[in-house]
Design a protein around this ligand. Structure first.
Ligand code: NAI
Ligand code: MG
Length: 364
């Protein structure tokens, strides 16, 4: 008897989006076979190809079905032959339309990928394991009040107290829940009024969390800190654009952009999970995309939307074990000796290997 029923909206998107989402679904189907979960997968087409076919990058029906689901699994959108942003604005429509104000980005370097980290050992030390929490609905990316004329252009960065307070509170609560001893807020308060507003609120809210050490970094200085002492970074909270930029930098520290997961979260409501990478037109259709960021997004969904840590942990264990046996090319070691011991896997092969281990754990 399947007594935990969840409706999952599937937004495959463009490029490698559909390739990696298929591997995420594979994991969920295994989970369904060996647990009390029953997943109803609902296709919610969106993105560049859908724009070409229907004239909109996010059909109303897809949005409504996402809104009525329990969680959304999203691939990536963007096609190189479309104008910049034409497909991508579907993402902001969902983030704003569903008020997904938290962008949660865990960044963890698995032991077996230490030699894929571009930093020397002395900068990695006991490992990299941080979470970047990015404000996801306001700032420059909300594109409120853009003014374009022939000779000038304005993008307005707008922040409201409500938005800054809720994301910073989420950051502190997350740090507390994870037992982190420190939280870093990233801004540009030496230049921007928006950042001064942000920093004041961070410091005010911080008074309620005296057991968590609080640090403020300017964005430029944090970019160097991220490669200088990444092992010391625990929870980071920052505004929309800064969070976008530092999370790609951080993702490369764990071996590949294809390794990083994210959750677009509205606590207690429908949330959307996606790998942080884009549609990667340079490798689309070749079957070589790394699906681990998407599979880790399923783990995040289990934990954050369904409060289920056990299965999330088993998914992660299956990934760690699989990395010792075979990998997609983006995470193969450069060193030929080590490379020789590992199978080169396709997207599908990587997903199969992880699924096999996951299934073995579930059967125990
Ligand atoms: P990208 O993330 O698609 O690719 C950057 C680089 O990382 C490429 O060399 C790509 O081959 C590699 N890469 C990305 N994911 C990978 C994976 N799973 N396995 C192995 N290698 C991987 O970023 P790019 O090239 O700047 O953008 C391509 C398109 O994606 C653009 O249209 C962009 O706007 C869109 N985009 C969409 C996002 C989304 O849907 N959430 C996020 C970022 C970009
Ligand atoms: Mg990005």
């Amino acid at each position: 008897m399947k007594n935990i029923k969840k409706k999952i909206a599937i937004a495959r998107g463009d490029g490698i989006g559909p390739e990696v989402v298929a591997e995420g679904i594979k994991i969920m189907k295994i989970l369904e076979n060996f647990s009390d979960y029953h997943f109803e997968f609902i296709e919610t087409p969106l993105g560049g190809q859908v724009l070409k076919d229907t004239g909109t990058n996010l059909p109303q029906k897809s949005f409504d079905q996402m809104k009525n689901s329990d969680a959304i699994l999203f691939g990536a959108v963007g096609l190189p032959d479309l104008p910049l942003g034409a497909a991508e604005s579907a993402i902001s429509k969902i983030r704003q339309g569903l008020d997904l104000y938290v962008n949660l980005r865990p960044i963890k370097l698995y032991d077996s990928l230490r030699d894929k980290c571009p930093l020397k050992e002395e900068y990695i030390q006991n490992g990299i394991n941080m979470t970047i929490i990015r404000e996801n609905t306001e700032g420059l990316y909300a594109k409120i009040g853009a003014e374009v004329s022939k000779d000038s252009v304005i993008n307005k960065m707008i922040y409201t107290r409500k938005s800054v307070e809720r994301i910073i509170k989420f950051g502190f609560e997350y740090a507390e829940k994870k037992g982190h001893s420190e939280i870093i807020s990233v801004d540009k308060a030496n230049l921007l009024e928006c950042s001064q507003f942000w920093r004041n609120i961070f410091q005010d809210i911080g008074k309620n969390y005296k057991n968590i050490k609080q640090k403020n970094f300017f964005i430029d200085s944090f970019c160097q800190w991220l490669i200088r002492e990444p092992y010391s970074v625990q929870t980071v909270v920052t505004e929309n654009m800064f969070g976008d930029i530092i999370s790609d930098e951080a993702a490369y520290l764990i071996g590949s952009l294809g390794m990083a997961a994210s959750g677009n979260i509205c606590p207690g409501k429908v949330s959307m999970y996606e790998p942080i990478h884009g549609s990667a037109p340079d490798i689309a259709g070749k079957g070589i995309a790394n699906p681990i960021g998407t599979i880790l997004s399923v783990k995040l969904m289990m934990e954050e939307s369904f409060g289920d840590k056990i299965y999330g942990n088993l998914i992660e264990k299956a990934i760690e074990l699989s990395l010792e046996l075979g990998r997609t090319i983006d995470i193969l070691p450069k060193n030929d000796l080590r490379k020789g011991k590992l199978k080169t896997l396709t997207t599908n092969g990587m997903g199969d290997l992880i699924s096999q281990h996951f299934q073995t754990f579930l059967k125990k």
